[in-house]
Design a protein around this ligand. Structure first.
Ligand code: HEM
Length: 307
């Protein structure tokens, strides 16, 4: 049985670091593989959770173990005249490191990106952190509706017998919050927007507005999304955390895993009001400045790549 990358299910450290890179002219694949091997060894030695995500442009150059329906992330634009969009910024490689100690993850990613110079360039990076009891900066607990721990592998990991077995599709987006506008809303309106109560409450609101976040992302078999009455379908395992930049920009780094990419695309299209639904109210208060899809190959496939 193929083994998923351990860090996906290991529980997150207090600090995370996301680094997105792409190849530069004259890149040597041998060097890239060797650096990734060194990074895996360094993280194992320091007990750092490392997830390697590889983009659609790079994965076929590294292995034949490529999942079906693995697409690049393209910008998703609302068609309701609001101009809201989820920007696509696809790159070739994602390093996701997390640990309680920020210095450890800084050093590991610094050594890797330095060794990759001349072969891969950093396109963007975001250090993030766990806020309180896994809160989003909007004041809502994030992660409540995740599948139970024991059910997450079935939702997130490509089953044995399929291309990419043991691997997982990743979506990574840096959402920028307009907290001033959000905080001007009443608690009642905020709760309607998410469809859940504000922390310390976590229960669902009695009804789901058509614009609520849950009516866009809590997919149900009977099509009555966000509402009880039928089983959930195409669940995902989320690992999102907040970030705060020195220029005052704040928001949520959305990170999620799924055994197929299509349910990630479906949720994004719904949030932006495509496919016959109104736009998710969340997109009035937050928009992604970046977005990309990657695939986290199994440990065995990574072993074959990095030697
Ligand atoms: C600004 C960005 C976002 C914020 C602040 C946010 C916040 C939240 C909150 C507070 C909840 C309710 C509690 C929970 O179950 O975790 C939630 C649920 C959820 N969100 Fe988001 N979210 C964001 C973007 C997204 C995106 C982009 C997706 C998918 C592509 C997504 C998928 C989900 C799912 C699947 C659930 C759980 C639904 C269920 O209970 O089955 N979210 N989100």
């Amino acid at each position: 049985m193929a083994t998923p990358q351990r860090a996906i299910f290991n529980g997150m450290g207090q600090n995370q670091w996301y680094v997105h890179l792409s190849r530069t002219d004259g890149a040597d694949l041998g060097v890239i593989k060797s650096v990734l091997g060194d990074l895996r060894a360094a993280c194992a030695a320091e007990d750092i959770n490392l997830t390697l995500g590889i983009g659609p442009g790079l994965l076929p150059d590294l292995t034949d173990d490529v999942p079906d329906d693995f697409q690049s992330y393209v910008t998703i634009e609302s068609e309701d005249g609001s101009g809201r969009q989820a920007k696509g910024t696809q790159e070739e490689l994602l390093l996701w490191l997390n640990h309680d100690d920020k210095d450890k993850i800084w050093k590991a990613q610094y050594d890797a990106r330095t060794a990759l110079e001349g072969h891969m360039a950093v396109a963007r990076e975001t250090p993030t952190f766990i806020y309180g009891d896994s809160l989003d900066m909007t004041g809502f607990k994030d992660g409540t509706g995740n599948p139970a721990d024991e059910d997450q592998p079935a939702a997130a990991i490509v089953p044995d017998g399929e291309a990419g077995a043991g691997g997982s599709h990743i979506i990574a987006q840096r959402w920028v919050h307009d907290l001033d506008s959000w905080n001007a809303l009443s608690d009642e309106q905020q709760e309607k927007n998410f469809g859940r109560k504000k922390f310390p409450g976590i229960e669902k609101t009695e009804t789901q507005e058509p614009y609520s976040h849950l009516s866009h992302v809590e997919l149900r078999e009977d099509g009555n999304h966000g509402n009880e009455g039928s089983d959930k379908r195409n669940e995902i395992a989320r690992r999102s955390t907040p970030y705060a930049f020195h220029d005052g920009t704040v928001g949520l780094y959305f990170m999620a895993f799924c055994k197929d990419q299509a349910p990630l695309r479906e949720r994004m299209r719904r949030m932006y009001g495509l496919d016959d639904c109104v736009r998710d109210a969340m997109t009035d208060y937050s928009d992604p400045a970046s977005g990309s899809f990657y695939f986290a190959p199994s440990e065995e496939t990574l072993d074959a790549i990095t030697g």
